[in-house]
Design a protein around this ligand. Structure first.
Ligand SMILES: [Zn+2]
Ligand SMILES: [Zn+2]
Length: 343
C-alpha cells in the first residue's frame, strides 16, 4: 500500500513509499483510510521540531487525523464490522499509571499516539486498537470526520471555558483549532466572535467571515488590544482562545481579556513571556490541557451530526497521498485552513 513515511531522524525527511498492509491483531481493526487531515503536529514532526513525551520512531507512517471504512477486524472485536464508517481517535494511555486509572489518559507519561509513536493515517490502510475506532452516525461525511481530532480539542476547551449566552470571545489564530472554536462558540450562543490573525492569513480571514466571525482583526495592521477593547466597549473579551502556534501572542494576550476572563491556550511552543501581575489584577483563569478524552471525541461527532459545526468548511485544498510535498508546502504557506488527503 502507498504511505507517507517519515524516513529518517532528520528535518524534512519523508518519502511516499510502498509498504506492506498491516495485519490486525485479535483486538485490532484495519481501517481503509478515505479522508485524512494534515495538521501542525505532523508538520512539526516532519521538520524535526516536535518535542513530545517519547522520541518519534523512524521509519514511521505519518498522520494522526482521519476517517475511513473498516476493512477487517480482529477476532475479539465486537463494536464494528467490515464496512462500518469510522472516525479515529489517536491517543492511548497505558491504562495502569495513576493518571490513566484516574481517567486522565491524556496525562499518561507512557502514552501511545497514532502517527507520533506508531504508524499513522497517511496510508491506504491503518491498524488501530478497537477502542480508538468510533462508528459515524448517518449524515456525517468522511471529509467532516477527518477533523474530529482537532474538533475534540475544541470540545475539551469549551468544557473548561463554559461559554455563556451573550458573551464575547477573542480567538487568536485562524487555523483549524481557531475556526472550529469559532463555530462551536457561535453554536453556544456567544454573541461577539473576534478572530485575530496576520497578513499571511488573508484566505483564513475570508473563511472566518463565512463561518460567522463578527469581527476579524489583522494584527499585522492594527493593534489587536485597542481593536478588541473598542469592540467590547472597553471591557475586553470574556474568553480568549490562544490557537496561534506562536509565543509572540503572549505579549498582548492577557490584555485582551475582560475582568474574570477565561483563557484557553494551546501553547505549542516551549517558551513565552508572561506577566503574572496582569493575571492577578484582572482575576484571570488560564486553562491548558493536552489532547482529549473519549467524551470529547463523542461530543465532536454530535456537533458534526447536528450540522452546527462543519469540518468541510475548513478544507479548501485536497491532495492525493503521492502529492505529499505539495500538501506540506500549501499548509506551511497557510494557503488553506485544513489540507486533506483523500482516496
Ligand atoms: Zn492534529
Ligand atoms: Zn498511563
Amino acid at each position: 500500500m502507498k504511505a507517507i513515511v517519515k524516513t529518517e531522524d532528520r528535518p524534512g525527511s519523508y518519502a511516499v513509499l510502498d509498504v506492506p498492509i498491516p495485519d490486525p491483531g485479535p483486538g485490532d481493526v484495519l481501517v481503509e483510510m478515505k479522508a485524512m487531515g494534515l495538521c501542525y503536529t505532523d508538520v512539526s514532526i516532519l521538520n524535526g521540531q516536535y518535542r513530545g513525551r517519547k522520541p518519534v520512531p523512524v521509519p514511521m507512517v505519518m498522520g494522526h487525523e482521519g476517517a475511513g471504512v473498516v476493512a477487517k477486524i480482529g477476532e475479539k472485536v465486537r463494536s464494528v464490522n467490515a464496512g462500518t464508517l469510522v472516525g479515529l481517535e489517536a491517543l492511548s494511555g497505558c491504562g495502569v499509571c495513576h493518571n490513566c486509572r484516574n481517567g486522565d489518559k491524556n496525562m499518561c507519561s507512557n502514552w501511545d499516539h497514532l502517527g507520533i509513536t506508531y504508524d499513522g493515517t497517511f496510508a491506504e490502510y491503518v491498524r488501530v486498537p478497537e477502542r480508538l475506532v468510533h462508528p459515524l452516525p448517518a449524515g456525517v461525511e468522511l471529509a467532516d470526520a477527518a477533523v474530529l481530532e482537532p474538533l475534540s480539542l475544541v470540545a475539551r476547551s469549551l468544557e473548561h471555558l463554559k461559554p455563556f449566552v451573550g458573551e464575547s470571545a477573542a480567538i487568536i489564530g485562524p487555523g483549524s483549532v481557531g475556526l472550529l472554536h469559532l463555530q462551536a462558540l457561535r453554536a453556544a450562543g456567544v454573541s461577539k466572535t473576534i478572530v485575530i490573525g496576520l497578513d499571511v492569513d488573508a484566505t483564513r480571514f475570508e473563511i472566518a467571515e463565512r463561518l460567522g466571525a463578527t469581527h476579524v482583526v489583522n494584527a499585522s495592521r492594527e493593534n489587536p488590544v485597542e481593536t478588541v477593547m473598542k469592540i467590547t466597549e472597553g471591557r475586553g473579551a470574556d474568553m480568549v482562545i490562544e490557537a496561534a502556534s506562536s509565543p509572540k501572542v503572549w505579549d498582548y494576550l492577557l490584555d485582551l481579556a475582560a475582568a474574570r476572563g477565561r483563557i484557553s491556550t494551546f501553547g505549542l511552543y516551549p517558551e513565552s513571556s508572561f506577566n503574572p501581575l496582569k493575571l492577578l489584577r484582572s482575576g484571570l483563569t488560564i486553562y491548558g490541557d493536552v489532547a482529549f478524552l473519549e467524551r470529547h471525541f463523542m461530543r465532536a461527532i454530535e456537533w458534526l451530526a447536528s450540522g452546527k459545526v462543519s469540518g468541510r468548511a475548513l478544507i479548501t485544498k485536497r491532495f492525493r497521498l503521492e502529492d505529499a510535498g505539495e500538501a506540506f508546502g500549501a499548509f506551511q504557506a497557510r494557503e488553506t485552513v485544513k489540507c486533506l488527503f483523500e482516496r
